[in-house]
Design a protein around this ligand. Structure first.
Ligand code: PMP
Length: 363
């Protein structure tokens, strides 16, 4: 187990999410604010999930099911594995932390793409591990040779995020297979497919089919994105039963609340809502990519996700602030060391047009 040093804790930086709607309303005296900053589902939650959640509220005096058995079975049926292959968490965030707690000791190494979702690095530093960033290529695609080249005898975990946050690019199936083949068996590969439901490239895989074929990897997914349940915090990890067993040992007893378990199971069954969300996203992604390109901006392609990364150049800071003043929140990519870029979540057609109008006003 890790000896967490005080030094490791002092190194940590608090998580800084995008600005919330209420703050922009208050700061700029606005009623209507469009938030395209946190990759949420603009259609909201499934109505079936809402109904199930309200029904289960009558049982709030009871503790939740510590083993989330209903949700676990529903996920197992949907994903084509047995329940022993699945753990649910208080968001995928919690699962990222559980992986670090279960697998990292002080001095171990963990490879993460750079840039990437900041939670990976946070959990590695928290456990006193050495976090080894491997840069993406200049076009923001993965460099598998560089990842393999960074592996040492101390490497325990390798993270890939596909579709990748914050760029929207993805790791093609062939490259994921090569990575799996060439990593030493002592290294656990984690495929963060939080945005996997939005991907439509022929050679995209979230890794679940490789897992079903008996390969060892851990796939992370969430109910916060296409299922529209970010506020209630449910994610899940799928891996071999012995990996899941290790994560179950370090979780809090009642880590997924009762409302979340019920809502997630109902959301999973609402395949129409998922299809509608996927189509709305694909249309909006195409539309915004074309419109922004026509206006002279560079959009990182191909986005396989529910957001696009857009290069605004030296004016990025001014444009970001100008959008806030006009009630449109996007995410500055400065947190990922990309100050000339912003990450824009695909919204409803009205929200996408609001963004384009606000950009036009800014000149
Ligand atoms: N992985 C990635 C790549 C993400 O972008 C996010 C959320 N922003 C998560 C995991 C965590 O998702 P959750 O809301 O389930 O904690």
């Amino acid at each position: 187990m890790s000896i967490r040093t005080r030094q490791a804790v002092l190194q940590l930086k608090p998580y800084s999410p995008g600005k919330p709607i209420w703050e922009v309303q208050r700061e700029h005296g606005l009623d209507r604010v469009v938030k395209l900053a946190s990759n949420e589902n603009p259609l909201g939650p499934s109505p079936l999930a809402m109904e199930a959640l309200l029904r289960s509220a009558a049982e709030l005096h009871r503790y939740p099911d510590a083993g989330f058995s209903e949700l676990r079975s529903a996920l197992a049926d949907t994903l084509g594995v047995t329940p022993e292959h699945i753990i649910a968490g208080n968001g995928a965030d919690e699962l990222i932390k559980l992986v670090a707690e279960a697998y990292l000791e002080t001095g171990d190494e963990m490879i993460v793409p750079s840039p990437s979702f900041t939670e990976y690095e946070f959990t590695g530093v928290l456990m006193g591990a050495r976090v080894v960033p491997v840069p993406l290529r200049a076009d923001f695609t993965y460099d598998i040779a560089a990842i393999l080249g960074a592996v040492t005898p101390r490497t325990k975990l390798v993270y890939v995020c596909t579709p990748h946050n914050p760029t929207g690019t993805y790791l093609p199936r062939g490259e994921l297979e090569k990575l799996l083949e060439e990593l030493p068996p002592s290294v656990l590969l984690i495929v963060d497919a939080a945005y996997g439901h939005y991907a439509d490239a022929d050679d995209y895989t979230d890794g679940l089919d490789l897992l079903r074929q008996g390969r060892t990897l851990l796939v992370l997914q969430t109910f916060s994105k296409i299922y529209g349940l970010a506020g209630i915090r449910v994610g899940y990890a799928v891996s071999r039963p012995e990996v899941i067993e290790a994560l179950l040992k370090v979780k809090e007893p009642f880590n997924v609340n009762a409302l979340a378990q019920t809502a997630a199971a109902a959301a999973l069954a609402d395949t129409d809502h998922v299809s509608r969300s996927r189509e709305l996203n694909a249309d909006g992604r195409r539309y915004l990519t074309e419109e922004l390109t026509a206006r002279g901006f560079t959009v990182v392609r191909p986005s396989q996700s529910n957001f696009i990364l857009v290069r605004l150049g030296a004016e990025a800071g001014r444009i970001y602030e100008g959008l806030l003043q006009r009630g449109v929140i996007v995410r500055s990519a400065a947190v990922w060391g990309l100050p000339e870029y912003v990450r824009i979540t695909i919204g409803t057609p009205e929200e996408n047009d609001r963004l384009l109008e606000a950009l036009a006003e800014l000149g």
